[in-house]
Design a protein around this ligand. Structure first.
Ligand code: UT7
Length: 339
């Protein structure tokens, strides 16, 4: 970051999940799986899934409103940019952020989507921080939202038990790098040579431009779970180390690890590799599942609400997903009330 440039400082937070929980038992009633398998292999007991007709913007608007409430009128009334991290826009074109901004009553502010799947919130943080540092934006509403179950084949037990829907949002204001809530250097990375590990074959220009019609199933996510798992551990661990070093901290300084809620076993391995003890790891995967771009902000909002994350905690954030794409950063948690 340029010396003397403003930092992005967290001033509000909120989250939203669709109303109906879906339990492992509900899934086991229609798939060849069991509550025991899902709990022991993923750490998930239940998750929320969009209602028929509900789309990503519906989730994003609710989470965005809560983050604006949390920040208070002083900041909410001066939002000049909306960044929506999502892999499930309402439509392939246009971006969903302008609609979200409009429905939140934010008028004609700048609004665009960021597409980095499960790492979307980290890429969004870097984007917002860059806009603020450059003086292009002063108050950014950053939302991570996904109706990812709309991409999941309901008959595929390996993905149907893992992925879920939700939204989380933060309001970032221009401030000083030393302030509580200032987002540290965001470490980002990608590996496009492994894009096939998690992908949706249909619906994009590759398939449309080929002239061949979409085959049944091409609209659904394909995931090589085992390989993805291995890369998730390696990339989140390495990026976390870099982010902590960039902050001038040591791993022993970390009070809370807020890692993408992909799988409880992945989280445990990353935390063990980093030497972060169990009582410093935030987790809500048991009742959220993997909510993709919403995962990290929902985790931060839930932990703020239940008090496991409090002002003064030094927090390490990290995420990994399809792309492949990953990221990590640090923040000293500010005084913030959940919206
Ligand atoms: O969001 C970021 C990107 N995503 C991730 O990071 C996800 C990473 N991957 C994972 O979380 C795990 O790989 C999964 C949860 C998806 C799968 O767990 P796993 O322990 O890696 O299982 P596996 O794919 O190696 O499969 C083991 C066995 C297989 O049976 P066989 O071949 O050993 O007979 C699967 O067919 O478990 C079977 N299996 C299931 N059994 C019951 C796979 N899914 C299920 C299921 N219920 N839902």
């Amino acid at each position: 970051m340029t010396a003397g440039a403003p930092a992005a400082v967290l001033a509000g937070i909120g989250a939203y999940v669709p109303p109906n929980p879906v339990s492992n038992h509900d899934l086991a009633a229609r798939l060849d799986t069991s509550d025991e398998w899902i709990r022991t292999r993923t750490g998930i007991s239940s998750r929320h899934v969009v209602l028929p007709g509900q789309a990503t913007s519906d989730l994003a608007v609710e989470a965005g409103r809560r983050a604006l409430d949390s920040a208070g009128a002083e900041h909410a009334e001066r939002v000049d940019t909306v960044v929506l991290a999502t892999a499930t826009p309402d439509r392939p074109c246009p971006a969903t952020a302008p609609e979200v901004a409009w429905r939140l009553g934010l008028g004609t502010v700048a609004a665009f989507d960021v597409s980095a799947v499960c790492a979307g919130f980290l890429y969004g943080l870097a984007t917002a921080a860059g806009l603020i540092a450059a003086g292009t934006a002063d108050r950014v509403l950053l939302i991570g939202a996904d109706a990812f179950t709309t991409l999941v084949d309901p008959r595929d037990r390996a993905t149907a038990v893992v992925f879920a829907d939700g939204a989380g949002a933060v309001l970032l204001r221009a401030g000083a790098p030393e302030e509580p809530g200032a987002v540290g250097r965001v470490v980002l990375g990608s590996d496009g040579s492994l894009g096939d590990l998690l992908h949706v074959p249909g619906g994009g220009s590759r398939q449309r431009g080929s002239g061949r019609p979409e085959r049944p199933g091409d609209a659904y996510l394909r995931m090589a779970g085992r390989d993805t798992y291995r890369h998730a551990v390696a990339r989140m661990t390495a990026a976390s180390r870099q982010a902590v070093e960039a902050a001038g901290w040591s791993l022993a300084d970390i009070d809370r690890l807020a890692a993408h809620q992909a799988n409880a076993r992945i989280l445990a391995t990353v935390a063990e590799d980093l030497g972060i003890p169990e009582d410093r790891r935030l987790s809500n995967i048991a009742h959220t599942g993997n909510t993709v771009a919403a995962s990290v902000p929902m985790l931060l909002a839930d932990a703020t609400a239940d008090g496991t994350l409090a002002a003064g905690h030094r927090v390490l954030l990290t995420a990994f997903g399809a792309g492949l794409a990953w990221g990590a950063t640090t923040v000293t948690w500010p005084e913030v009330k959940p919206g």
